[in-house]
Write a protein that binds this ligand. Sequence first.
Ligand code: OGA
Ligand code: NI
Length: 336
Amino acid sequence: MENSKNGAMEASPRQFVSVLNCIDLASPDIHNSVSLVKQACLDSGFFYVINHGISQEFMDEVFQQSKRFFDLPLSEKMKLLRNKKHRGYTPVLDEHLDPVNQKHGDFKEGYYIGVEVPDDNPDAQKPFFGPNVWPSSDILPGWRETMEKYHQEALEVAKAVARLIALSLSLEAGYFDGEEMLGKPIATLRLLHYEGTVSDPAKGIYGAGAHSDFGLMTLLATDDICGLQICKNKDAMPQIWEFVAPLKGAFIVNLGDMLERWSNCIFRSTLHRVLSNDQERYSIPFFVEPNHDCVVECLPTCQSEENPPKFPPIKCETYMLQRYKETHADLSSYQK
Ligand code: OGA
Ligand code: NI
């Protein structure tokens, strides 16, 4: 998929592959980057990020390690079943993102890795902090180290993108990237594996049902198998779905629901889903949400007398707990 030189091309509604802006994080022309981010956020809430500083070799290693995990027998993976803190393995059908249109849960398996906080640290009391669940190093040597390093590097990329988003909302560059918001963020890495159950929207079968992500933004790394679709206008009937093509070495960045609330719907979180074909597909979203006690409320630059705040303020952890509860199976449904 080629992007136009300045990335500013519009996708026509009849086109099946969306053309997204492409932001070069190494570009010294910040003004241009901000204007591309702003345009993307107003148009689709999705854009590519390249030259982000994570090497291709390391990305390949992360994907290889992810595959090694999913290749384990189900009985081994079930020993690492996710806990109450949303860490660990999520089997096929565990998540149900779009109950209205989906007959079953999502045909994907996953693995959640959050910020590592040891049990003896007071922060481990917070709902989304705690120790991770790790596969034994006898079975998967080096796995934990790879994932911890990737978590750290992805967070740095997210902070760089958060600075551009702040500027595109006429805020100071460090508005999101400061102690109060991203000092101790809920940042969750999720390994995903779509095992090749062919999606059939008419029958309510999806790799991942239509949803928008919960937080500030998501950095999505994918392999080269197509599957992700976006719907730019969630209120249109019928909904128009466009594929987002994988772009080697790039992150696909999308805005989450908290940013929609912060920006008073000036920037929208865009509906997306995954249609699987009979090929296996691996992807790795990195979900970025602020500190647990950060209050998400309408930004000063996004309200006026004619345009008052559309949402009441809400604490990040309250919002997150609500959203996870709505979308994940009850843990008691698994027999240990
Ligand atoms: C998600 C998501 C897309 C993909 O996990 O929230 O949208 O390509 N994933 O796996
Ligand atoms: Ni998503």
